[in-house]
Design a protein around this ligand. Structure first.
Ligand SMILES: Nc1ncnc2c1ncn2[C@@H]1O[C@H](COP(=O)(O)OP(=O)(O)OP(=O)(O)O)[C@@H](O)[C@H]1O
Ligand SMILES: [Mg+2]
Length: 425
């Protein structure tokens, strides 16, 4: 699939998911208001019934009652303006609410119609179906001297919102299911993009590999062709040169194939380490010596500044040496002018710190996070003057992980790069 196609699919799928989430949101809010309306309706009918019955018992006509007022979302008032018996009002209210399956806790109060003072109040918990519960809840009672007070009835449902949300159970399940779908979708997309990137890197790698292998094969082919046709007529000195060319090109080929095979086997099975006590300083000295001929050719420098007091680690010397060489190789390869490399060690809390610093091309910040990915090479446009497979650093990372160590990079473009390894002792 082309990148463009994936992007289009991604955008369309995201848009439809957003639309789906939006629709779910709208339905949720509609469901909430429907539930709320049903709740308000039940309460108002219950309070109207209570008011009617209280007025009738008082010898007044229910027709004189004002409609129930809702002063806040969970606060209802019946303006009775009649002398009523608090106990009777409480009981009627309880009956009416119970009939409508409103089993939420509530607070009800009787207010003096003249000055709005609370004359009687009680909190009724959700479990108040039993009459006994009534006795337990505290009661506020103010008696007024003189004429019988005129009462208004007020009811508050402190847990109304949570009650309505609880009633919307089905909606929560469907929203949860939708959320799971969205998460799965996001996860799948991330995986697809990751696979896509890997596929691109692999294509680059194969092109690179073909190119790298072709050069020695062509050279060997040409040299052997000459030897086959004109070996007798050639002077001895030219013969040696051709033989040497074939040998060295074959060595190069072997080394390349080995490296690729090594990475491939590392992928297919767990890395097995042969750990022993390794003197890092000796190892650094040795790998630096291996690089010396190449440095000499390019008039480069390599300084060793080995300060660690405890350079002995428990490690696989072959793998660690390969990893160190890989870093030195990079430091040399990616220095367009005469390489200037500094290798140092220091004691740190976690073990030994090895720094390999060059003054080469450096790496832009945006590319640094990909460096340790297999096959990754910093894009250089169409100029491929430095050869490589993008395997070196992923190998370094794998080896450091296997040793419970760390590798980090610090680099500024055109100034140089410093790789730091920390190996536990
Ligand atoms: N010291 C450095 N200075 C500048 N760029 C570097 C340095 N080391 C690595 N890089 C960048 O990181 C990329 C990945 O490095 P890595 O060693 O994994 O692969 P490579 O050198 O391209 O190939 P290989 O090591 O497999 O031959 C390189 O292509 C290069 O762009
Ligand atoms: Mg490399």
């Amino acid at each position: 699939m082309s990148r463009k196609k994936i992007q289009i699919i991604l955008v369309l799928a995201s848009l439809s998911l957003v639309a789906l989430l939006g629709t779910q949101g709208v339905w949720l809010s509609k469901a909430y208001s429907a539930q709320e309306r049903a709740f308000n309706h039940s309460v108002q009918v219950a309070l109207t019934n209570v008011a009617d019955q209280l007025l009738t018992q008082n010898g007044q006509s229910p027709a004189t009652a004002k409609p129930i007022q809702q002063l806040a979302s969970n606060y209802f008032i019946a303006e009775l303006n009649a002398p009523i018996d608090p106990a009777q009002a409480a009981e009627l209210l309880q009956q009416q609410l119970a009939q409508r399956q409103l089993k939420e806790p509530y607070e009800f109060g009787l207010y003096n119609g003249l000055d709005d003072t609370l004359m009687f109040g009680r909190f009724v918990p959700a479990t108040r179906q039993m009459a006994a519960a009534q006795e337990e809840s505290p009661v506020i009672k103010h008696e007024k001297e003189g004429s019988a007070p005129m009462y208004n009835l007020a009811v508050v449902f402190p847990t109304k919102t949570s009650f309505i949300l609880k009633e919307m159970e089905f909606w929560w399940y469907s929203s949860g299911a939708l959320l799971v779908v969205v998460l799965f979708f996001a996860y799948t997309m991330v995986q697809i993009l990751r696979e896509k990137r890997l596929a691109e890197l692999k294509t680059d790698f194969i092109n690179n590999l073909t190119h790298e292998l072709q050069t020695p094969i062509t050279n060997i082919g040409l040299a052997s062709e000459v030897l086959r046709k004109r070996a007798e007529t050639l002077p001895a000195e030219r013969l040696t040169r051709y033989h040497e060319l074939i040998y060295s090109e074959n060595e190069r080929l072997r080394a390349q194939v080995e490296r690729v095979l090594q990475m491939a086997t590392m992928e297919s099975r767990e890395l097995v380490l042969k750990k022993e006590t390794v003197d890092l300083h000796a190892l650094l000295q040795q790998t630096s010596d291996n690089l010396a001929p190449r440095l000499q050719q390019r008039v480069g420098h390599l300084r060793l500044d080995l300060q660690a007091t405890q350079p002995l680690v428990h490690a696989d010397s072959l793998h660690v040496a390969n990893a160190l060489y890989s870093l030195l190789d990079n430091a040399e390869k990616y220095s367009p002018q005469a390489p200037d490399i500094e290798v140092s060690t220091r004691d740190v809390e976690q073990g030994v710190l090895i720094s390999i610093k060059d003054r080469g091309v450096g790496i832009k910040k945006e590319f640094q996070k990909f460096l340790f990915d297999k096959f990754y090479r910093v894009p250089t446009g169409n100029v491929h003057d430095v050869k490589g497979f993008g395997l070196g650093l992923s190998y370094v990372k794998a080896i450091m992980d296997a040793h419970h160590g760390q590798v980090t990079v610090e680099s500024a473009e055109q100034e140089g790069t410093c790789f730091r390894l920390v190996l536990p002792i």
